[in-house]
Ligand binder design. Structure first.
Ligand code: F6R
Length: 252
C-alpha cells in the first residue's frame, strides 16, 4: 500500500525528499538515481545542491537516469530536459556527466534511440522520483487503453502540451511527442517517490490512490509497487480521507 505523507510546509517536504537521496547514497555511493523534471522537482534539486555545497552528500559515484525528453529537442536546446537537468542540478554538483543519462529526443531513428536507452536501464534503480500530470501521467506515460512497459516514443496528451506551455522559453512550440521510460521501466526501482504540490494535482492524487488500477490513470499502477511513497502538500492531498494520509514528524 502506498504510504502518503502530507506536509503542511512544502520546505519540509523537499527536505525529506532530499534526505532520501542522501540516505540512498550513504548506503550505496554508486546508487542509480531515477530523476524527473518539471516544476515540482526544482526545489528538490535546489535542496540537493545546497546539501552538496555543505558537504553533506556527494554524487561522484552515482548514476542518474531521467524519465523522458521531448522529441526534436537537441540536448543544447534551452527547452530540453537535458538543459533543465544541467541548469538545476548537474552543473552544480560533482556527478560525472558520463553517468547522467537522458533519452535522445533528437535522434533520427527514435525507435532505435529508445531501445538504446532501454538497455542503459538494465541496472535496477535504488530510488525513482516522479511527478504526476493533472491527467495522472507518470513520466510521459499518458492515459490510454494500453500502457507500454519499455522505453518508447509517445504522443503527448493535449492536457500535457497545454500544461508544458508555461515552461517553454521563447516562441518555440511545445513538441507533441516525447521519448519516455515505460511503466515497466519506472517500476524497475527499489523505491518510488512521487512528489505532488498544489490543488491542480488533488484529483490526480486521489484517483492514483483510489484502490482501483486503470491504464486510463497511469499513476494508479503505482499501487502495485511494493515500495512507493507519495510526498504531497495539503492542497494536493485535499481529496484524500484523513485516514489515507499521515503527517510526517517534521510537520507534526
Ligand atoms: C517530467 C515528467 C512528468 C512531470 C509531470 C509533472 O520528467 O516525467 O511526468 O513530472 O508532468 O510536471 P510538473 O512538476 O511541472 O507539474
Amino acid at each position: 500500500m502506498i504510504q502518503v505523507m502530507e506536509y503542511e510546509a512544502t520546505a519540509d517536504l523537499y527536505k525529506d525528499a532530499a534526505q532520501m537521496v542522501v540516505e540512498t547514497l550513504a548506503a550505496r555511493p554508486e546508487a542509480v538515481l531515477g530523476l524527473a523534471t518539471g516544476a515540482t522537482q526544482v526545489p528538490l534539486y535546489r535542496e540537493l545542491v545546497e546539501l552538496y555545497g555543505a558537504g553533506r552528500v556527494s554524487f561522484r559515484h552515482a548514476t542518474c537516469v531521467n524519465l523522458d525528453e521531448y522529441v526534436g529537442l537537441a540536448p543544447s536546446d534551452p527547452n530540453s530536459y537535458h538543459t533543465y537537468m544541467r541548469n538545476h542540478f548537474y552543473d552544480h554538483v560533482d556527478v560525472d556527466p558520463r553517468r547522467c543519462l537522458l533519452p535522445e529526443g533528437d535522434a533520427t531513428d527514435l525507435t532505435a534511440a529508445a531501445a538504446r536507452y532501454q538497455r542503459l536501464l538494465e541496472r535496477r534503480r535504488d530510488i525513482q522520483f516522479l511527478g504526476i500530470g493533472r491527467n495522472g501521467h507518470i513520466g510521459f506515460n499518458e492515459p490510454n487503453d494500453e500502457l507500454i512497459l519499455g522505453t518508447h516514443v509517445t504522443g503527448l496528451n493535449p492536457v500535457t502540451v497545454a500544461d508544458s506551455r508555461q515552461y517553454f522559453h521563447g516562441s518555440q512550440a511545445v513538441p507533441h511527442q516525447a521519448v519516455t521510460m515505460g511503466v515497466g521501466d519506472i517500476f524497475f526501482s527499489e523505491r518510488i517517490v512521487l512528489l505532488a504540490i498544489g490543488e491542480d494535482k488533488a484529483d490526480a492524487i486521489a484517483r492514483a490512490l483510489s484502490g482501483r488500477v486503470s491504464t486510463r490513470h497511469p499513476a494508479s499502477l503505482l499501487q502495485l509497487h511494493p515500495q512507493a511513497i507519495f510526498l504531497v502538500d495539503q492542497e494536493a492531498a485535499a481529496k484524500l480521507s484523513a485516514d489515507r494520509k499521515r503527517v510526517p514528524a517534521r510537520s507534526a
